[in-house]
Design a protein around this ligand. Structure first.
Ligand code: FA5
Length: 339
């Protein structure tokens, strides 16, 4: 029995297997325990010798069990330590980095172009007074143009600006001409969304006011922007259009000549010469604030465009809603490229 037990102990290569051997021989109902239990049936003179014999076997088995248990436990601990050890030769995991949103990149491009032309960059409130968003821009309450820009109204009578044009008014009330500004920021319209329309989107507004500013300056500026965006061969197109705050007014498009073979005219925004009623509204507000009337008789041009349109073509994004859906599959492609 001792020999068999020792063989089984040698063969046990896991702690579980060893436990089974232990139970088999020295457990409560093990073979050795049974032998000891059987001593009572022997004649008293044989018991002592037999008992001593069984004990020797038991001790031998127990010693072998203890030794093997120690060996197996050390091996298990070694394996655990090896698996947890740091392998300094492995490449690092790296931290996922963020990146600039495509709209931010387009803004950076546009604003870089306008800074070079000497424009100041300003921002304005997204919650706006009705007067600045509409009336002062020559859009009285009964004007049909209000229907073109469906409005989110606040309970207090203010609204979410439907375009960046109200900053034209705010800036002129606070500053004297000559001036050259671009306005960046979010605008909101209460309208059904589709692949090219969002209810929140961005605009870049431009305003230049001084003496003797002409339509030629406006066209030259838009052409300069197009060349800055698309290189020296960029083309621009103007088509007559109507906006109450400019006269004459136009829509402008830029020819997109792109390596993916998607060349086409890209309708970018509206523009025109600042309407005299806008200058008058600014002077009225200035007067109310105790300032001089200085805008009547001035000339100027303004434009407003949507950077989403540029970004969609530039980055091949087919649906405007991807920009604000926070889908990592889309925005993750802009990781790490800071610019
Ligand atoms: C305006 O908002 C005028 N304030 C622009 C302007 C400024 C004209 C100064 C003259 C002088 P319009 O509603 O067309 O115009 O919007 C301008 C641009 O914003 C559009 O050409 C388009 O690029 C973008 N845009 C308009 N609506 C949406 C929309 N729902 N989603 C995404 N982009 C839009």
């Amino acid at each position: 029995m001792q020999q068999e037990a020792l063989q089984e102990i040698t063969a046990a290569d896991t702690l579980e297997a060893l436990q089974a051997v232990k139970t088999k021989y020295v457990g409560k109902k093990g073979l050795i325990t049974q032998q000891l239990g059987g001593l009572g049936q022997l004649p008293p003179e044989e018991r002592k010798a037999r008992g001593a014999e069984i004990n020797v076997v038991r001790q031998a088995i127990q010693a072998a069990l203890d030794e093997k248990e120690g060996t197996l436990k050390r091996a298990a601990l070694d394996a655990k330590l090896r698996s947890e050890a740091v392998d300094v030769t492995l490449p690092g995991l790296g931290l996922p980095s963020g990146g600039l949103h495509p709209i931010t990149r387009v803004y950076d491009d546009l604003i870089g172009i306008y800074r070079q032309m000497g424009y100041a960059v300003v921002e304005g409130p997204e919650v706006e007074e009705e007067h600045y968003n509409f009336e002062a821009l020559n859009v009285p309450w009964y004007h049909p143009a209000r229907d073109l820009q469906d409005t989110f109204w606040l309970e207090d009578g203010r609204l979410l600006r439907t375009h960046t044009s109200p900053m034209q008014i705010r800036y002129m009330v606070d500053h004297e001409p000559p001036l050259k500004i671009v306005v960046r920021g979010k605008v909101y319209r209460y309208e059904a969304t589709d692949a090219t329309h969002e209810s929140m989107f961005h605009q870049l507004e431009g305003l230049v006011v001084g003496e003797g500013i002409s339509m030629a300056d406006l066209k030259g500026t838009i052409a300069e922007m197009a060349r800055g965006l698309y290189g020296p061969s960029a083309k621009v197109r103007f088509q007559p259009s109507y906006y109450p705050f400019v006269e004459p007014g136009a829509d402008f498009a830029v020819y997109w000549d792109n390596p993916r073979g998607e060349s086409k005219w890209l309708e970018l925004g509206g523009c025109g010469m600042v309407h005299p009623n806008v200058f008058k509204a600014v002077d009225d507000l200035r007067e109310q604030a105790g300032k001089d009337r200085i805008y009547e008789g001035m000339t100027g041009f303004a434009f407003g465009l949507g950077p989403e349109r540029i970004a969609m073509l530039k980055y091949g994004i087919p649906d405007i809603r991807y920009f604000y859906a926070n889908d990592p599959k889309v925005m993750g492609q802009f990781r790490g490229e800071l610019g």
